[in-house]
Unconditional design. Structure first.
Lengths: 194, 372
């Protein structure tokens, strides 16, 4: 049995939040960890550029969730709260190490494929998916970051805007650019095949 | 299709994919697609790819990361206890980290007497979960005023139940865990079993014990709840705000049941609820000079003991101990500060001794004691 599986993009975060807050449900907490730790870690990595620090930051933020579980219901939008916490914690860590963010957050280079995937697995990926992956990798940083947060992390426009400090209009524009790029890739791929 | 129209498609399409599109926008999108079937075909393919899972997650790696995460939580003092979430009766596999933690606790030979008083709203969770798991009615042991009893739990732990107290535990006690519910006062001598932590629930607190001796005091009609540790190590969780303490031997925690301000407000006819409960306090156990057993645990040796308590509070103790009813004809006497210690005295002898030292008079009529 393969140890790899596609993550369910729909993390039922609100129901998990309820289970954890009201019932101290440790299975729910573990589920929350499994679905939200990887994207949080990736976001932290974009800021910190260090695997270890990124994992530490994501872990710290999720630790707080358990420590303060009795107050969880007070947080309306837990997902957004977690992303914001990771961003602030990562920026604080940078400050502590006397490193300032080289570029504004929306210009940071972000990864698209999870580092939890192994190289062998991606070889089995569909050729088209690979082409699209390459296309997205080549997007300008800001565009790529916004695309990732929207498609992979499933954040809302307003949440992305708040997190990156940009306007919703910017999100609109950048996503259009990304999709246009992907559409071009698909058309190119189809032409190759025919 | 014009260039602006093309751009508009991508704009609308991205809104559609992310769920941000309004109904009119969706309609506009469909209309534009109809005008350009080639684009429509590409969009359909993109939609499919967008909605499928993103990452190939290495679940083994994530499991390992989670294990590390759990260790960090445990080190910080906030363990995630997996056993609580299991509804089936599957036996718990002891984690090696837990063993290390437990053996350290075992080495400390401090006794904690824990008096737990924490009235107030309970959190739904632990009791509900236990209730959900329980299919058989729990076993109940209770004592009336004027009597104590000593029982032995299925695992060999001893419990001295003080007057007017009640202990409940499930028939399956000792199978996977050891959980009891206490109302009143009890002294516990818990058999060490690192695989099965001993857990005591009261209305306001939860105690986690490994193998120790301690006293728990949680009466509904008292102002405070107390947990006192004699030997061992005890983790106390206050249910109301989730605060935690780990008691060391000869320490006790005192929790206030009712906000003092709220009580005053009630008297003034003010019905606003004030969540101004004084913070629970850690204190050392109290002793009469020359005594080796603390006042908190003295009752287990059949000794009724009190030090620096108001007559009102002492009266409540006497009521339970002797199964009597105290009536203060002179309200002011309620506030008299008293100390004393009685072993085999009758109620009359005890009151006579107290009357000798403190400024009050009494009269006993059947089971009623009048103070004036």
């Amino acid at each position: 049995m393969s140890k790899f599986k596609k993550t369910n993009p729909d993390c039922p975060i609100d129901s998990l939040k309820y289970q954890i807050a009201m019932y101290e449900d440790t299975a729910a907490y573990k589920s929350l960890f499994f679905c939200i730790f990887p994207p949080l870690q990736q976001f932290a990595y974009a800021i910190l550029r260090s695997r270890q620090l990124a994992e530490e930051t994501a872990s710290d933020v999720l630790m707080e969730v358990w420590v303060r579980r009795s107050k969880l219901m007070e947080i309306e939008n837990l997902k957004y709260y977690l992303y914001t916490s990771v961003k602030n914690a990562a920026l604080r860590k940078l400050k502590n190490e006397h490193r300032s963010a080289q570029v504004p957050i929306d210009e940071l280079e972000v990864e698209i494929a999870s580092e939890y995937a192994t190289p062998e697995e991606s070889c089995h990926t569909h050729e088209l998916e690979q082409a699209i992956y390459q296309a997205v990798q080549q997007l300008p940083p800001r565009c790529k970051m916004i695309y990732k947060l929207a498609k992979e992390d499933k954040l809302r426009y307003a949440e992305i805007a708040g997190l990156l400090g940009v306007s919703v209009k910017t999100i609109d524009n950048q996503l259009s650019i990304a999709l246009k790029k992907i559409a071009t890739t698909i058309r190119g791929h189809r032409l190759k095949k025919s | 299709m014009t260039a602006p129209e093309q751009d508009r498609i991508w704009n609308l399409f991205s809104r559609k994919l992310t769920g941000e599109a309004s109904a009119p926008e969706l309609a506009e999108y469909e209309a534009l697609l109809e005008k350009n079937p080639a684009v429509a075909s590409v969009c359909r393919e993109m939609e499919q790819l967008w909605n499928q899972g993103n990452h190939n997650t290495d679940t083994e790696f994530l499991e390992a990361t989670y294990l590390l995460h759990q260790m960090r939580l445990e080190e910080k003092g906030y363990p995630v206890e997996q056993s609580e979430s299991k509804v089936s009766g599957a036996p718990e596999k002891p984690r090696s980290r837990k063993k290390i933690f437990l053996s350290l606790a075992v080495l400390t030979t401090l006794a904690l007497v824990i008096l737990l008083f924490i009235p107030g709203k309970e959190k739904a969770a632990p009791e509900t979960r236990l209730a959900a798991q329980t299919k058989l009615p729990p076993i109940e042991v209770s004592t009336r005023n004027g009597s104590h009893s000593k029982i032995q739990l299925p695992d060999g732990s001893q419990v001295w139940l003080n007057a007017g107290s009640k202990l409940n535990y499930d028939k399956s006690f000792g199978n996977n865990n050891r959980e009891v519910y206490l109302n009143g006062e009890a002294f516990f001598d818990v058999v060490k079993n690192p695989e099965k932590p001993f857990i005591i629930h009261t209305t306001s607190m939860k105690l986690r014990v490994l193998g120790t001796q301690f006293n728990v005091r949680c009466y509904a009609n008292e102002n405070t709840s107390e947990a006192s540790l004699v030997h061992g190590s005890l983790e106390v969780t206050e249910k109301k705000k989730g605060r935690k303490w780990v008691l060391k031997p000869n320490e006790k925690i005192v929790v206030f049941n009712q906000p003092l301000v709220a009580a005053a407000h009630k008297v003034a006819g003010n019905n606003n609820t004030v969540d101004d409960v004084p913070v629970p306090m850690l204190k050392p156990l109290t002793y009469h000079s020359g005594d080796t057993i603390s006042i908190e645990a003295a009752w287990t040796k059949n000794r009724l003991s009190f030090k620096n308590e108001t007559f009102e509070s002492v009266a409540r103790k006497l009521e339970r101990w002797y199964d009597a009813e105290f009536i203060f004809a002179d309200e002011q006497k309620k506030g008299l500060m008293m100390y004393g210690s009685f072993t085999n005295e009758t109620l009359d002898q005890a009151l006579a001794a107290l009357e000798f030292s403190f400024n009050f008079r009494y009269r006993i009529e059947e089971k009623k004691v009048f103070i004036y």
